[in-house]
Design a protein around this ligand. Structure first.
Ligand code: HEM
Length: 502
């Protein structure tokens, strides 16, 4: 009796499981059919596989190959491609202006909330806040990035650039022609600088010529964000996937955040007049110009946003320059011909060197530090993009690298030609506005002028002080995967102090 009832119940379980399986298959099949034949984006060009399901897109995100895949898609399908069931990618200037440009009345293009999470204390930073909250934070932070602030911060920039040159000089003296990993040295410099500008104290990477604990903890933070983003898109399995993220990762995030809070507290109580970012936010009469929890969130974000990105840009520009001897010679001639001594290489003067400006623009076009698109959601009421209607709630983006490397925007897009930024007639048809490494509009990079100045000053002093040769095994250095930022490899370069015989 007992045996037969358990057989029946096993049978019932089997039937139940089969029904669940069939229903799941039917749900997915109906979803695929809807995506292909009834979805409002069905008429947009793109491969059927991408229109049917988001899985191939997530696979590219996971494997770090979004950048080359987007480029291939735009080469095959044109300026707009349906890259997932509810997602469109663009490469034109018109799309850039519509999606990221200044807000029209009404609800604009929001950052995709699935991708942008608040800081560890649950408070949104400038990067993740929206609407009026974002405008208020941006207004409060802007004085710290103004021209006036930048000119007051020049000594700090000079100090760390000088330290980089001095330490590299010592290193070359001790190890001779052994190549150095310039990316590593650039990142130590930009971290020290951003630490000093954010908290009034550097991270001491240059001093010790290595990553210090704090920097090691936050280096590659964007890679972690990329994997959290992927997990969030696997709904309804996202909760299970997130359970698989090691607890140590969360503990690491908390530790960094708490260390930052201590640094901010120390800086506020120091009452120092060091011209760092906080000095423009701490007002002696009114106290601090934003709630303290918001200040913690923003200080942490600024260190993350302003360190690896600038080092990445510097490494990309140096790589291109060393691969192109003619451009390198012109840059060296301009720098060594413009100054009488190293002390004369001042931020105000490097800003006026046209060839240096052109190599920075061209280097960032070829190797934008954030090469993927910046995802946005269309407003609820929908929007016209490039003359075509896009329904509300659609994911849209301009794929940065694909736009920078498209023949519809640039002649010979894969060739490093600084002259295209100097009015060379051969490149008169270039669509220069399509190169936007800092994005544009109200959410564009607030640290753009600082980053430009930092990169120009460091490059000028490197080219003044050293003859540089790219190591033979780094000729394909820029072939890299990406998880929000490039997954950088060591940039091995042999340095010889100028004037020193081989
Ligand atoms: C070459 C170096 C840099 C590049 C290529 C770069 C690029 C960008 C891009 C593309 C965005 C837009 C992000 C989005 O829309 O989601 C952005 C935003 C931002 N960047 Fe940068 N950045 C660089 C350096 C810096 C520096 C040095 C700082 C500060 C010290 C900084 C601070 C910020 C902040 C605070 C935002 C958020 C702005 C907002 O949402 O209003 N960045 N950056």
């Amino acid at each position: 009796m007992l045996g037969s009832s358990s057989v029946i119940s096993l049978g019932q379980i089997g039937i139940g499981a089969a029904v669940v399986c069939l229903l799941t298959i039917a749900y997915f099949a109906a979803n695929v059919l809807y995506n292909l034949y009834f979805h409002p984006l069905r008429k947009y060009p793109g491969p059927k596989l991408l229109a049917a399901s988001r899985i191939p897109y997530l696979k590219w995100m996971f494997s770090g190959t979004l950048v080359p895949e987007h480029r291939k898609l735009h080469e095959q399908y044109g300026p707009v491609v349906r890259t997932a069931p509810g997602e469109l990618s663009y490469i034109s200037v018109e799309a850039l202006k519509t999606i990221y440009g200044h807000r029209q009345p009404g609800e604009g293009f929001r950052k995709n909330p699935a991708f942008f999470q608040p800081a560890t204390n649950g408070v949104h930073s400038i990067l993740t806040s929206e609407g009026d909250a974002h405008s208020r934070v941006r207004r409060t932070l802007l004085p710290a990035f103004s021209d006036k602030a930048l000119s007051e911060q020049q000594d700090i920039l000079q100090h760390f650039t000088g330290q980089l040159i001095e330490k590299l000089g010592d290193r070359v003296k001790n190890t001779g022609s052994e190549p150095v990993d310039l990316f590593e040295w650039y990142i130590w410099t930009t971290f020290d600088l951003i630490g000093d500008l954010s908290f009034g104290e550097p991270f001491n990477c240059l001093e010790l010529a290595r990553f210090t604990e704090w920097v090691e903890l936050v280096f590659n933070a964007f890679k972690t964000f990329a994997f959290v983003n992927i997990s969030k898109q696997l709904s309804p399995l996202d909760k299970i996937v997130r359970l698989m993220i090691p607890k140590s990762m969360k503990a690491r995030q908390d530790k960094v955040f708490n260390l930052n809070c201590d640094k901010v507290d120390r800086r506020i109580s120091s009452k120092s007049d060091h011209p760092d970012f906080l000095s423009y936010i701490i007002k002696s009469r009114e106290g601090v110009a934003m709630p303290i929890q918001e200040l913690y969130a923003n200080s942490t974000l600024i260190v993350l946003a302003g360190s690896e990105s600038t080092a990445s840009g510097l490494a990309g520009i140096t790589f291109q320059l060393l691969k192109h001897p003619e451009a390198l010679k012109k840059a060296v001639d301009e720098i060594r011909g413009s100054f009488a001594s190293e002390q004369d290489i001042e931020p105000d003067r490097v800003k006026r060197l046209p060839y240096l400006a052109a190599i920075v623009s061209e280097g960032l076009r070829m190797y934008p530090p954030f090469p993927e698109g910046l995802p946005r959601l269309t407003p609820r009421q929908g929007a016209m993009i490039c003359g075509q209607w896009v329904p509300g709630g659609t994911y849209v983006q301009v794929s940065t690298h694909a736009a920078h490397r498209s023949t519809t925007n640039f002649k010979d897009p894969d060739v490093f030609i600084p002259e295209r930024w100097l009015g060379d007639k051969e490149f008169a048809t270039d669509n220069k506005e399509a190169s936007q490494p800092f994005s544009l509009g109200p959410r564009s990079c607030i640290g753009r002028n600082l980053a430009y100045l930092e990169m120009r000053l460091i490059l000028a002093r490197m080219l003044w002080s050293f003859d540089m040769h790219l190591s033979a095994d780094c000729q394909d250095w820029d072939e890299q995967d990406s998880w929000i930022q490039w997954d950088k490899k060591p940039l091995l370069v042999r340095l010889r102090p100028v004037g020193k015989p081989e």
